[in-house]
Design a protein around this ligand. Sequence first.
Ligand SMILES: Cc1ncc(COP(=O)(O)O)c(C=O)c1O
Ligand SMILES: [Zn+2]
Length: 417
Amino acid sequence: MVAMVSCLACVTCDACFTPDEHTMTCPRCGPELGTLDYRFDLDTLATRYSRPAISEGLATWLPLLPIAGASSLPPLPLGPTPLIKASRLARHLGLKDFWLKLDSFLPSLSLKDRASALALAQSAEWGSTTIIAASTGNAASSLATLAAATGQRAVLVVPEDAPRAKLAQIALHGGVLVPIRGTYDQAFDLSTRVAALQSWYVRSTAVNPVLAEGKKTVAMETALQLEWRVGDVWYVGVGDGCILGSLWKGLSELLALGWIDTMPALIGVQASGAAPLAHAWESGRPVEPWPLTDTCADSIAVGHPRDWVKALRAARASGGAIRTVPDERIAQAMRLLADHAGVLAEPAGAASVAGVLTALEQGQVGKSDRVVALITGHGLKDQAALRRMFRAPTPVAATPEAVLAAAEAWRRNGTRE
Ligand SMILES: Cc1ncc(COP(=O)(O)O)c(C=O)c1O
Ligand SMILES: [Zn+2]
């Protein structure tokens, strides 16, 4: 079944554009206030489509996606990603019903593949030959990975200091890698200008509404995996705000279809050194750019968030919030995930769990609450972050005695029997 898009609506003035116009943002409200939402004819959909029993990844949600069919999607496994009950970590934290959604298992090792897949599908359907994206690293490495499977041309503009592994992904997958001497925020403005000059298809967050459609599938997939009992509170790391906004959109559509009964509180987590959205949330004032970002979580080091209208709407409408965590807390969350759950997350991917740790400390989460944390990126994508947290032991002699002595020393110092 092809999705029944009723309109592309401006989030600020509610103007309605038809999908055939290929409008990206509302010309009256501009690229930030005028981001667009795909709206579907959910009443009709509800009569023709019922809750899927199992997830087959992105294609499960085709009736709720604005593309013509599954054949436009890249031929790579696009979910479902694991949702794990992190029992050992949960026990350690004193939580009874704690879940981790591992989008770090997608082909490029980050959640961004959900959005890139939709962008590649749509650009192919529109007949665009080149796609350009600005990225802190993951969106670009994702686009390059999936474009390698479809053969489309992708131009990726990233800050030169993006993690090496992400740059390597882009280059090895045949993306046109353009590192700039500048920040992600500059990369964003540059890619928009170049796209306009060349009429290229833009896969930059917020200004392309189809990206939110891809990202909303993580919420729908998680709801299905939880047997439609979505629980009390969900946590996710926030940079531009697109994932947070998309969680709310996906869950709102499930509510409208009558497939879930409640909306969890959606909590966006920012690093305290790059927190323009959390600041706006706390002050109740419009978002002001953060002049100098300073955090180990490169993927969410965003000074000028582009999807703030939708992010603030998600936090407000779900009864959630946007909070901050210091880098030390992110590092603590990375360690706990690694040694209590077997999950290696990059700093931005662990920010969600850092938010849970702080919420527990401040009594904002009940021990029996159903809590979901999204792990949005894999730890091996940012090896500098890992190196900062780990000191390799001094090598020992290649003898059984030396190995046993080392194991005994580790047992005495370690926490595990
Ligand atoms: C691993 C990871 N987590 C979280 C985010 C935040 O997503 P958003 O910019 O949509 O808020 C990003 C964005 O780059 C990311 O790569
Ligand atoms: Zn408008």
